[in-house]
Design a protein around this ligand. Sequence first.
Ligand SMILES: [Zn+2]
Length: 318
Amino acid sequence: MTPDELRNLFANLKVWHARGWRAPNKPLLALWAIGRCLRNEGRLASYDTVARELGELLRRFGPPRKSVNPDLPFWHLRNDGVWDIPESDRITQTGSGHDHIASLRREGARGGLPRYIFSVLRKDRATALDIAYSLVEAHFPGTLHDDVLRAVGIDSGVPISAGMDFGLMEGRAAGMEFEHVQRRSRNPVFARTVLDAYGDRCAVCAFAVRLHDAPVALDAAHIRWHRAGGRDRDKIGNGLALCTLHHRLFDAGAFTLSPKYTVVVSPVAAGPGTDSSLGQFSRRPILLPRRTEDYPDFKSLRWHHREVFGPVVEGTDY
Ligand SMILES: [Zn+2]
């Protein structure tokens, strides 16, 4: 199998998709497995080890859901040709083709990269890193790349290629909806338009440092991630000018905006700095654009609340 064929396999993971719901379970499991390979750890791990470690990744980087189900990608990633469960023949399944977790445990099921992929990637570390970077780039916004890679034990010292972005194209196969991740270019004028609308300052903290008369450390954030189909063409309602700190905190779900455009801080945000970076802005209105048609749109805010922020907090009923 050539490096390009391997890249294609991982680039074409079939991910369940409906109305912008995020499902990063398979990409996170694939990243977890590549991380093990790059750290020279064993190819296979027990179901309980995978469930514990993947569960932690899903809680940190997956959409906020009532429960995480690491058994689903553990069982179904096999269909994408990048996962192996040597004991799969002995696992009993439900009528709909899912695994029985009790059966995975009883049979001592182990999972990991297929033997031939594992041995190629262990020798060809450049391709392994390339695939890991592509996965993280396809499924997470740039502000989270380093955190995701670090969490799966991959050193992200090498920069990820910039300038291109991924978007989603919906497809249908066998009656189910899948998303196919494809490269999609960003709108080059989006950033400039958003920063102009917000007067070149962070909507949360008013940060507006300039160097040589140009703003620095100020981003045009997508409220609904560009990777999750967030728009950046017709209107700027999906944009928000944020300093780099607030951009990262927003993409990580540490805060969101209420329908009255006030800052809503996550109840799980804690630690030194929480107050100075978030607490002091809690319940305060953001600095809105001059024109009302440029205000953050509720559709994008609703997506951010459901797919990134999570907890139902008073005053966030859009
Ligand atoms: Zn800020």
